[in-house]
Design a binder for this molecule. Structure first.
Ligand SMILES: Cc1ncc(COP(=O)(O)O)c(C=O)c1O
Length: 388
């Protein structure tokens, strides 16, 4: 076979987060173990029926079969504007301040190509969703990691960023409600982040993928609610978690018009937009009464409560997340993240994600996703109890 050398950017990639877990999982499965998968953050609940029905109708309409517009259908961008106004009280211009994405991951990965030159620096929280760092690497830039520590409520301490680093930084990536820690940001932090970015001429990039997954009546806010935030940054959003649509690939970015235009320019040269029929289904989701979101949160909150109280009874220091479907659990004394994840898989058939896979400051934690129903969570707790 002819051998081809991959580009250096591929060699720079950190090992795939789930690679070792997948290998172990296959090994344990091959032994006939019934696996309980709390690993990947992919909702098990189905997409609401009315959204599927809208796709069915739209897919039968031949006008949806042609190339979509690069920046998204006007109707979809207008639905995003209505949703932002209703949900956050934020006013957006559908022409200049909204771009449709093929899932928010696509936009996050492409954004650095629009604003980073090789050698640039981006500020990236850690642990984090890996794509902020990987998008940065692909653009030839470097990440300066800001640790998210329990003692700071898993918020980055922007006062610790040196003047030198701040001067060189081009973007600040942050994400609340947060994957993987489940932490939420108070509005004061958003104000501080906007001020910091304005002072240092940094693009604020807030990933708001989990604002619609929250519990106990808590309503996460948008970074763009901060007066003036729209001048310093953008916010990524996704229909994936809000409406259980991970496979559909639909998201959007909103905010600072030049940043949106830059991202749009990259996209227009790389992809050809999201399938129009999916955008019609997305409009149905955004314009709906949002009762499907409330029902989703009710189910997830019940799961969260079962898992947290069960873990606490077994002596684990589990803290209930106010939002997201992730439990960020400190490992028992004497275990690294990888050792504890390995033990849970080998001895209890439970798949979890080692915290350090999201960045070095995640060492000492594992992430459990609430992606199985309550009877399976109870089964997982029974197996943990048997572990002793
Ligand atoms: C924090 C965060 N942002 C973005 C995404 C990507 O979502 P999507 O590309 O499905 O919109 C995910 C997916 O898990 C995520 O956890």
């Amino acid at each position: 076979m002819t051998r081809f050398t991959p580009a250096d950017r591929l060699k720079q990639l950190p090992p795939y987060l789930f690679k070792e877990i997948d290998r172990l999982k296959d090994e344990v499965k091959a032994r006939g173990v019934d696996i309980i998968d709390l690993g990947v953050g992919d909702p098990d609940l189905p997409t609401p029926r009315f959204i599927i029905q809208r796709l069915q109708e739209a897919a039968l309409d031949p006008s949806t079969h042609r190339y979509p517009s690069y920046s998204g259908m006007n109707d979809f961008r207008e639905a995003v504007v209505r949703w932002y106004q209703r949900r956050f009280g934020v006013t957006l211009d559908p022409e200049r301040e909204v771009v449709t994405l093929i899932g928010s991951k696509e936009g996050i990965a492409h954004l650095p190509l629009a604003f980073n030159n090789p050698g640039d620096l981006n500020l990236v929280t850690s642990p984090a969703y890996p794509v902020y760092h990987i998008g940065t690497l692909f653009a030839g830039a470097h990440s300066h990691f800001l640790p998210l520590l329990r003692e700071n409520h898993f918020l980055p301490d922007l006062s610790q960023v040196s003047g030198e680093v701040a001067r060189h930084a081009k973007m600040l990536f942050f994400n609340y409600p947060n994957n993987p820690t489940g932490a939420v940001a108070d509005f004061g932090f958003f104000i501080q982040a906007a001020e910091f970015c304005r002072e240092h001429n940094i693009i604020a990039v807030h990933d708001a993928a989990y604002t619609e997954m929250a519990y106990d009546g808590f309503k996460p806010r948008s970074f763009l609610e901060v007066p003036g935030a729209k001048e310093v940054g953008i916010e990524f959003h996704s229909l994936s978690k809000s409406y259980n649509m991970t496979g559909w690939r639909l998201g959007f970015a909103v905010g600072q018009a030049d940043v949106i235009a830059g991202l749009g320019k990259i996209k227009s040269n790389i992809d050809s937009g999201a399938f129009n029929a999916i955008q019609y289904a997305g409009i149905a989701a955004l314009d709906s009464d949002q009762s499907s979101i409330r029902e989703n949160c009710r189910i997830l909150q019940e799961r969260r409560d079962i898992l947290i109280s069960g873990l606490r009874k077994l002596g684990y220091a589990a803290v209930p997340p106010k939002a997201t479907f992730y439990v960020w659990l400190p490992t028992p004394t004497g275990f690294t993240s990888a050792q504890f994840t390995g033990l849970l898989l080998e001895q209890a058939g439970i798949v979890t994600t080692p915290g350090n896979g999201f960045g070095a400051p995640g060492e000492g934690y594992i992430r459990l996703a609430l992606t199985v129903d309550k009877s399976r969570l109870e089964e997982a707790l029974d197996r943990l109890a048997r572990l002793g």
